[in-house]
Each structure stands twice: as structure tokens, then as C-alpha cells.
Design a protein around this ligand. Structure first.
Ligand code: DGY
Length: 329
């Protein structure tokens, strides 16, 4: 019996590749460590049974129309806003992702961003490297305390709760805002559910951890930033478009909020010439929330296992659209 054919859109960790190669005929885009060009993707997807993608690949209706044999799409990410799930479901294509495995690693990075922004870590390092450190002085590079402050989490899901757990070790008061209350998490991390307005007004740290959906696009804009304290710090490690970057730029420039820490951007990647790079009071990271060796390897393996499962008739464990499976993929 012939093996299912799979397109892998980037060089992936070896353990994941081995799983795929054992069970599937694999074609891999590994010419460069950049996303496969759209026209190449549209051509290579034809005739494939499975597609292994990353967050940098847009899988929309136009692409799926080229892929008449496609049965399973597996993304090496927990987020799946780059995939048109509605169209995939309509076409009977199962979609899998990697929830859970990156929770603690992303929470570590979120907390690191908070600490770096509060204590001006990257700014201080630039100061030293640029030869500006001539003496110790009383208020030089002073930042904000973290312990005992109020943390507002927008999106108390798995990662939100893991960030809150870390915050309890810093004696922080924890507020959160969700569309639906998460009473189990409230009890576990001693958090209070409040309106978005209350969270923005009362928090010293506002962490955006909500998935990107049409409802959360620009959830934090000018009006929301203007509710925050002038000493407050905004952290975003969810998806860039949850925050209106132009409004954030203005709020930082006009000192309406004290600092920010971002791991994600409205349009990635960003680089020289981006307005946010002009600002000192912002920590900017290149979307590395889940980037530990262990976690990225586990994510890659998990996506491979689910793709193989789906293509060999077993129900993948981490289905985004389980209804498709029930209809008999
Ligand atoms: C995800 O998994 O959605 C992250 O953004 C990348 O780890």
C-alpha cells in the first residue's frame, strides 16, 4: 500500500521528521529557513494528503482549493489564526495544533518580558554596551517593582493561569478578564474576574494572552491604553493584532503608559525602520514565546504524530475541528 503524501513547509526538528518519514512520503521545503513562497506552496500542495505548516504559512480558501486530496493540516503551533478553519471544516479537512505543550515555556517568557520591561533590562544592557556607564548614581536606570503589584491578565486560559501562578510567587494581586469566567482558575491562583475597564484602570501590569479572533483584533487600542495608569506596563505575548501598534506607539511616546514588552507584532517580522524601534521604554522580542529547545522539539513531534494519526485512520489527539472527524474523515 502506498504511503500518504505530505508537504512539510520548513526544515523541522529531526525527531519529528523521522516520524513523518516512517509513515509518509514527504516533500520538504528546506531551500531556505524562510516561508515557502506562496506560488510554490500552491503548486506543491496539489495531490498531497497531508500538510505540515508553521504560523508563517497562510492556509486560506484559495490554497485549500488547490489541494483537492488534502485530508489533514497539522500546525506546529497552538495558535491557528493563520488557518481558515471554517473552510477546512467545510471541505472535511481535519486541522490539528499543539496545545498544552508550550504553556509553561510561554509563561516563562511572558514573565521575563514583564521583568525586563519593569527593570529596564535591555535598555540597561544597551547603556553599558554603548559605553555610557561612567558611574553609579542614585536614580540611574530605575524601574518599577514587580513584587506586591497588581497583574491584570486578559485571557485566563492555560498560559494565563501559568503566568498567574508565577505571579503568586511575587505576592502579586491577580485580576483577569475573560468573556467567560474561569472559576476553577480563580480558585487555583486566587484571581478576581473583573471587567476589561477595571482591569486596565487597576493593573500595574497588563498581560494580553488571548487568542486572535475577529473579536480580539485591536482589543487594546487608544481608548484602552488611556485607561491604564501612567506607571503601567503592557505585555503582549499572544498575537500582534490584539494590540493596535500605532496607538501603543503614541501612548509610549506621550508617556501615557510607562513601558511595554512585546513578543508579537501586527505584521511579522519587524526590523530596522519600524517605529517601535525608536522607543527606549519597550522590550521587543522576535516571537520566541515557546522557543526552548525542549518545547519546540515537543511541538514538532506532537504535530507530526497527529498528522500521521489523521492520515492513517486514527483520530488525532489535538483536533481543532473535531466535528470533521466525527463526520468520518
Ligand atoms: C504558537 O504556538 O501559536 C506560538 O505563537 C508559536 O509557538
Amino acid at each position: 500500500m502506498s504511503k500518504p503524501s505530505v508537504l512539510i513547509t520548513r526544515k523541522i526538528p529531526e525527531p519529528a521528521l523521522q516520524i513523518l518519514q516512517k509513515h509518509c512520503d514527504c516533500e520538504i521545503w528546506e531551500e531556505t529557513d524562510t516561508p515557502v513562497p506562496r506560488d510554490v506552496l500552491k503548486e506543491k500542495i496539489q495531490g498531497k494528503d497531508g500538510l505540515y505548516v508553521l504560523i508563517t504559512d497562510r492556509v486560506d480558501a484559495e490554497l485549500m482549493d488547490q489541494a483537492t486530496s488534502l485530508k489533514v493540516i497539522s500546525t506546529m503551533s497552538v495558535g491557528y489564526d493563520h488557518i481558515d478553519i471554517h473552510t477546512a471544516s467545510q471541505k472535511g479537512i481535519a486541522v490539528t495544533h499543539t496545545p498544552g505543550v508550550l504553556t509553561e515555556t510561554t509563561a516563562d517568557l511572558t514573565f521575563a518580558l514583564m521583568m525586563a520591561a519593569a527593570r529596564r533590562i535591555t535598555e540597561s544592557e544597551r547603556y553599558l554596551r554603548e559605553g555610557k556607564w561612567e558611574t553609579w548614581s542614585p536614580m540611574q536606570l530605575t524601574g518599577q517593582d514587580i513584587y506586591g503589584k497588581t497583574l491584570g491578565i486578559i485571557g485566563m486560559g492555560r498560559i494565563g493561569e501559568a503566568v498567574a501562578r508565577r505571579a503568586t510567587g511575587f505576592d502579586m494581586k491577580i485580576l483577569y478578564h475573560n468573556r467567560n469566567r474561569n472559576e476553577a482558575a480563580e480558585k487555583r491562583v486566587n484571581a478576581s474576574h473583573v471587567s476589561l475597564q477595571t482591569l486596565l484602570k487597576e493593573s500595574d501590569y497588563v498581560c494580553v494572552l488571548t487568542p486572535l479572533t475577529p473579536e480580539t483584533h485591536h482589543l487594546i487600542g487608544e481608548a484602552e491604553l488611556s485607561l491604564m495608569k501612567p506607571s503601567a506596563i503592557l505585555i503582549n505575548s499572544s498575537r500582534g493584532p490584539t494590540v493596535d501598534e500605532q496607538a501603543l506607539y503614541r501612548a509610549l511616546k506621550e508617556k501615557k503608559i510607562w513601558a511595554a514588552g512585546l513578543d508579537v507584532y501586527e505584521k511579522e517580522p519587524i526590523g530596522p525602520g519600524h517605529p517601535l524601534l525608536e522607543l527606549d521604554r519597550i522590550v521587543l522580542l522576535p516571537h520566541i514565546g515557546s522557543a526552548s529547545i525542549e518545547t519546540r522539539t515537543r511541538m514538532a513531534v506532537m504535530a507530526a504524530e497527529d498528522l500521521v494519526a489523521g492520515l492513517t485512520g486514527q483520530k488525532p489527539v489535538h483536533l481543532v475541528n473535531p466535528e470533521v472527524w466525527n463526520q468520518g474523515t
